[in-house]
Design a protein around this ligand. Sequence first.
Ligand code: CP
Length: 314
Amino acid sequence: MNYLSINDINSLHDWVQEAITIKKDPLKDHTLGKDKSIGLLFFNSSLRTRLSTQKAALNLGLNPIVMNFSNEGWALEFEDGTIMDQGKSEHVKEAAQVISQYCDIIAIRAFALLEDKEKDQAEEVLLNFKKYASVPIVNMESSVGHPLQALADAITLAEYNQKKSPKVVLSWAPHPKALPHAVANSFVQMMQLQDAEFVITHPEGYELDPEITKNSKIEYNQEEAFKNADFIYVKNWSSFSDYGQVISKDKNWMIDQPKMNLTNNAKFMHCLPVRRNVIVADEVLDGENSLVIEQANNRTYAAQLVLKKILENE
Ligand code: CP
C-alpha cells in the first residue's frame, strides 16, 4: 500500500473516524512498528510535516530516519539514459533501492519547481521513488498534492462541523512569492468526497488544474463566496494556466475580520506556515474561530493513520 494522493483513501468517512479514535489513545498501537524504520526524505523545508510524521512514527514504535536531500544527500538524477557528467552524482534508481534496504517505508517531500509544468505534473521525484523502491511510499507533499495535510484538514472539519452539509470556502489570498498548487489541489479533492456546499474563490487567472477542480463551484467575487460560509480555508497558489507566475498580489484578497463578518461565524483554516497581515490579518489568525493550531495537531493523527494502515497491510 502507498499513500500518494487523496485517491488512495477508500473511505474518507471511515479514515477520519479511525484517525479520531487514534487521537483519543495515540499509544494504543505502540508496538505495531517495532524493529521497523521509516525514512523521511526532504527535498524542501518543513516544520509540521517533519515533526508530526516523526511523532506519528514514534507513537507506532517505528524508528524515523530523516535525511535532508537539499543539503545532505547526493544531488539525484531522475532522467533515464542521461550521461551523468554534470552536477548530479547519483541516480534515483540506486538511491531508491538502497534506501529500501534500510527502511520499511519511505516518505518523500519534493515540491513543484514551478519551472516546467509537464515535469511537475508528472510527479518526477515521487513517482520515480515509487518506481524503483521496494517498500511503500508516502507523499509528504509532492508537486501536485499534499494528501497528509488534506487528511488532517478532513479530521479538523469533522471535529468542528455541526451541520449535515456545511458551506466550505477555499479562498486564494495574496503572497509575495510563487507557491505550488499542492495544498489547494488535495483540499479540493478531499472536499469532493464530502457532503458539503464547496466553493472555490480566487481572482481570474488563478484557476487550479481543471482536471482537479472538475465540477467544483468557482466564484470570482470573494465577498459573495464568503456569505453564509461555515469554514473559510485560505491558501495562496501561483497561476496554473500561466504556470508558476504571480499574476496578482491584490491586497484586497487578504482575509480580515470585516470579511469574516460576512460568514456564518465561520471557522478559519490554513495549513501553515502563514504570512501574517499578507494572507490573513492578526485579528483573524489570533481570533477564537481560528483552527490553525488544531489542524497542525491533527497532522500527527493523519500521518499515524496512514502509517498504521501501511504497517497492517505489509
Ligand atoms: N503544512 C505543512 O505541510 O507544513 P510544513 O511545510 O511546515 O511541513
